[in-house]
Design a protein around this ligand. Structure first.
Ligand SMILES: Nc1ncnc2c1ncn2[C@@H]1O[C@H](COP(=O)(O)OP(=O)(O)O)[C@@H](O)[C@H]1O
Ligand SMILES: [Mg+2]
Length: 320
C-alpha cells in the first residue's frame, strides 16, 4: 500500500523567517502520527500547507496519491482538518451544529440524521445533543469538533493541538477517542507541544524545531536513539590541551554540539561538553583515542539521557 501522506522538501518563509524548512515526511495508512515541537516550531504552518490552506514556497505534497498542486479538491475530500482554534458557532445546539456542517458537505437530510446520531454516539455527546454549543466545556467542544471533522468520512484526520488547553481527564478522554477513531481505519496526524501527550498514542512521531524535523521514528526507536546520544564532559589539566582537544573532537564522527566551558582564562582546568552518539564500546574508543593523543585528561564523564531529556534540550520554550 502506498503511503497516505508524502511530503518532500516542504518550505515556507514568512517575511524572511523560515517557518518550515525543507520538511520531508511519510505517513502510512492507519498510523497515528504525532508531530511534536515547541510553540513556533512550524507545526501549524506544515499542517496548513497539507490541508491546502497555505501555498508552499517549495516542495511537494501528496495525499492519497494526489498531488496537492494539481488536485487540491480531491485532497480536501480526503482530509478532515481541525484547526488549533475552535471556530465557535455557539448559538446553536450540538446536533444543529453537526447538521450545519453535514449540509455544507451536501449530505442529504435523511442520511444526515443517521450520521449525526452515530457521530454523537462515537464522541459520547448523545446526552448533550440539545444543549447549546457555547454551554459545553472545552473538552466537550473538542469532542464535538472531532465529530465535525468526521462528517464527510475522511480518510485522514489532521488535528492541530487537539489536546491543548484540556484538563488531564479530558486529555485522557481525547486520547481514547483518537484511538477509537483510528480503529475505524482512519489515519491521524496530530500535533502537540507536549511529548507525553503522544508518546503512548502514536505509532510514530516526528520531533520538530525551528522549522525542521529533528528526528522521526517509533517511540522505542527514538528512545534507543536518545539512549545512545549522551552528554559527555571532559576536563583537562591546564590550558594547553584545549585547542588540540577541540580540533580533534570537531572532526570526530559522533560528536555534536561541542561547547567549551572556560570562563576563566587562567584557570588550571579547562573543560568541554558535547553530545556523543554511540554505545559504551564507542565511548571507550573515544577515551582511548584521547589518551593516545596524549591529551591531559583528568576527568571524563558520561550522562545518559532519555527521550524526554532529548526533547527538552533540543527544543525550547515549551509551555504545557
Ligand atoms: N501568517 C504568518 N505570518 C508571519 N509569521 C508566521 C505566520 N504564521 C506563522 N508564522 C511564524 O512561523 C513560525 C512557525 O509558526 P507555527 O507554524 O504557528 O508554529 P507552531 O504551530 O509549531 O507553534 C513562527 O515563528 C511564527 O511566528
Ligand atoms: Mg501551532
Amino acid at each position: 500500500m502506498s503511503p497516505i501522506v508524502e511530503i518532500t522538501g516542504l518550505s515556507k518563509t514568512f517575511s524572511k523567517r523560515k517557518a518550515v524548512d525543507n520538511v520531508s515526511l511519510t505517513i502510512e495508512q492507519g498510523e497515528i502520527f504525532g508531530l511534536i515541537g515547541p510553540n513556533g516550531a512550524g507545526k501549524t504552518t506544515t499542517m496548513n500547507m497539507l490541508v491546502t490552506l497555505l501555498t508552499p514556497d517549495q516542495g511537494t505534497i501528496r495525499v492519497g496519491g494526489y498531488l496537492l498542486s494539481q488536485s487540491p479538491r480531491e485532497i480536501r475530500r480526503l482530509i478532515g482538518f481541525m484547526p488549533d482554534s475552535f471556530g465557535v458557532y455557539g448559538n446553536m445546539t450540538v446536533s444543529e451544529y453537526l447538521d450545519f456542517f453535514g449540509a455544507c458537505y451536501k449530505i442529504p437530510p435523511a442520511q444526515r440524521k443517521r450520521l449525526i446520531t452515530d457521530l454523537l454516539e462515537l464522541v459520547d455527546l448523545t446526552h448533550r445533543q440539545d444543549d447549546m454549543v457555547d454551554k459545553l466545556s472545552r473538552g466537550l467542544k473538542q469532542r464535538l469538533a472531532l465529530a465535525r471533522v468526521l462528517i464527510h468520512d475522511p480518510e485522514l484526520l489532521v488535528l492541530d493541538e487537539p489536546a491543548s488547553g484540556l484538563d488531564p481527564r479530558a486529555r485522557v478522554e481525547i486520547r481514547a477517542l483518537l484511538q477509537e477513531i483510528a480503529s475505524l481505519g482512519k489515519t491521524i496526524l496530530f500535533s502537540s507541544h507536549i511529548l507525553s501527550d503522544v508518546s503512548e498514542l502514536c505509532s510514530r512521531l516526528a520531533i520538530m524545531e525551528d522549522g525542521r524535523i529533528i528526528t522521526v521514528g517509533a517511540l522505542d526507536q527514538l528512545d534507543q536513539a536518545a539512549a545512545n546520544r549522551r552528554q559527555l564532559n571532559i576536563k583537562l589539566l591546564g590550558q594547553a590541551g584545549l585547542q588540540p582537544l577541540k580540533e580533534y573532537l570537531e572532526n570526530r564522527p559522533g560528536v555534536s554540539n561541542l561547547r567549551d566551558q572556560n570562563g576563566l582564562a587562567h584557570s588550571s582546568r579547562t573543560s568541554v561538553e558535547f553530545e556523543f552518539q554511540g554505545d559504551d564500546q564507542e565511548i571507550l574508543h573515544l577515551l582511548q583515542e584521547l589518551i593516545e593523543q596524549e591529551l591531559p585528561v583528568i576527568h571524563f564523564s558520561v550522562q545518559d539521557r532519555n527521550l524526554e531529556d532529548v526533547f527538552m534540550s533540543t527544543t525550547q520554550g515549551i509551555v504545557s
